[in-house]
Design a protein around this ligand. Structure first.
Ligand code: ATP
Length: 271
């Protein structure tokens, strides 16, 4: 998939044992677009990501269609085989082998992905690490994952994901477990790797403030359904759905109530 390919999900529905978990989810990520998928805990964000990556287990019933550059893809595909997609997840610790130095982890993967010799891969990895904000890639490469902070590890994972030159990068709550400074650095790195002329981004988050900082557009998910979609400025200025209005009010107040509390906000309670 080239960086000018569009990803389109139409009427995605997911159920397990007769229980509907996602209903009619449709979204499109244009080339270079940064789209936030925003929702409280349990709203269906991870299921949507797993579906996009082809990783939903056999026990899930899946309906709808997924097209990449106009070509229909199956809902299930072997891990890492989704053409043109790469992902980073919340838990960077789990994504890296703790007992292997980073150069020994990263170089073979990049050499394989780019089909180059290890020496050429080393140059590519250094460039990628610089792209995600590391001033001293050599020091990073000679470290073990435990010698880096959570934010630094997350940026290493991002560099690795970008080695595949994905048309679409899926970032599933990559900043959730991080302090403010690390969060800012990861957001900066995501901004540097995606956008016009580069990869598209589907940014999964429950944090409207981070979504608004990074993304052009937002899709809001509640109880497995899309309740609102539009440009970030429009959502912030005039949210239509009560749930979105509650998120905007919470973000403005600088607090984010628990997901259950947000879901309980009655219609019209938030202006
Ligand atoms: N394997 C499963 N079997 C049954 N129900 C599931 C399964 N996985 C997820 N669910 C249900 O699907 C709904 C959506 O879950 P999902 O993990 O997608 O939410 P989420 O928005 O990613 O939440 P969080 O932000 O907490 O990760 C929840 O009600 C969850 O309990």
């Amino acid at each position: 998939m080239s960086s000018d390919a569009e990803v389109e999900v139409s009427d995605l529905a997911v159920a397990v044992a007769g229980r509907s978990l996602l209903h009619d989810v449709s979204l499109r990520v244009r080339p270079g677009q940064r789209l936030a998928l925003l929702g409280a805990s349990g709203s269906g964000k991870s299921l949507t990501v797993l579906a996009l990556l082809g990783l939903l287990g056999r026990h899930f019933e899946v309906k709808g269609s997924l097209k990449v550059a106009g070509r229909e893809l199956p809902w299930r595909q072997a891990p890492g085989r989704r053409p043109g997609m790469a992902a980073v997840f919340q838990d960077s610790q789990a994504a890296l082998n703790p007992v292997v130095r980073l150069d020994r982890q990263l170089l073979p993967v990049v050499a394989r992905r780019r089909q180059v010799a290890t020496t050429a891969a080393a140059k590519i990895v250094r460039d990628l690490l610089e792209q995600v904000g590391f001033e001293d890639p050599t020091r990073v490469l000679s470290s073990y994952p435990s010698q880096l902070s959570g934010g630094q590890r997350q940026r290493v994972c991002l560099a690795l994901a970008m080695a595949a030159s994905p048309g679409l990068l899926i970032a599933d709550e990559p900043t959730t477990a991080l302090d403010m400074i690390s969060q800012h650095q990861v957001v900066q790195a995501l901004r540097g790797c995606t956008g016009e002329g580069r990869s598209g981004l589907l940014f999964i988050t429950h944090d409207l403030a981070v979504a608004a900082d990074l993304c052009d557009d937002v899709v809001v998910l509640q109880h497995g359904r899309i309740v609102e979609t539009g440009p970030v400025e429009q959502i912030l200025r005039a949210p239509q759905a009560p749930f979105t209005a509650s998120l905007v009010a919470a973000a403005r107040a600088g607090v984010l109530p628990a997901a259950g509390a947000l879901d309980a906000v009655p219609m019209g309670a938030v202006s």
